[in-house]
Design a protein around this ligand. Sequence first.
Ligand code: PEP
Length: 254
Amino acid sequence: MRRPLIAGNWKMHKSVAEASAYLEGLIAEDLPTSVDVVCCPTFVSLPAAAMVVTGSDIGLGAQNVHWETSGAFTAELAAPMLIEIGVHWVIVGHSERRTFFGETDETALDRARAGQAAGLEVIYCIGETLAERDAGETFAVLERQTASLGALDPEHLVLAYEPVWAIGTGRNATPAQAQEAHAFLRVRVASIFDGTAADAMRILYGGSLKPANADELLPLADVDGGLIGGASLDVGSFSAIIRAAAVCAAGDVS
Ligand code: PEP
């Protein structure tokens, strides 16, 4: 039984004060304990956020990490620096990094490897564009994007399937599309690692997941939670998704 994980990717949103206030509000929600919850604010908010979440069940994640531990890499952050301030998770390979900042499968892998080496749990993002889906290339893209994952430790790896056409567009994958991709990825994980890893690895869905569609996406057999962008910015909607995941974990799904 995989424990659900709901992670919020705040992207370039919220001031430091807003981040702290949000997290205080989230803690006050008295969230179900059957779901792992992670929030990923901007780098600049991480130290203040770490102080707020210390002692709570909310995990803290960064939105990126560099592959070296130090050096002449202007504007980058190293994994030990994140660990030092209380960060335990990191998002790697997000499609916005791939589209706007030249992230490749190779650099994403390097970042993930450095994150794991320092002790971070890695949320590794993959997913096809609309053109790739329309061309029938979804599985080929997922295969390519996961080709080198064998270099990572499966015990500290979470996959996030995020169809690029569903990110921030309000358009989500249908339950059938999501389950098909997740099932493909689980078989892929079994071939890269082994059956034990495939059974244990959490595969999150990302792409306009919100309270209104959580009830249809989170119960899917191979969906183990979500990576949430827009809907994670509001305490009420993020909490509603976490509660929906808890209902699925309890098997209380109609
Ligand atoms: C994301 O960027 O990881 C994401 C899933 O965004 P949204 O929920 O806004 O589509």
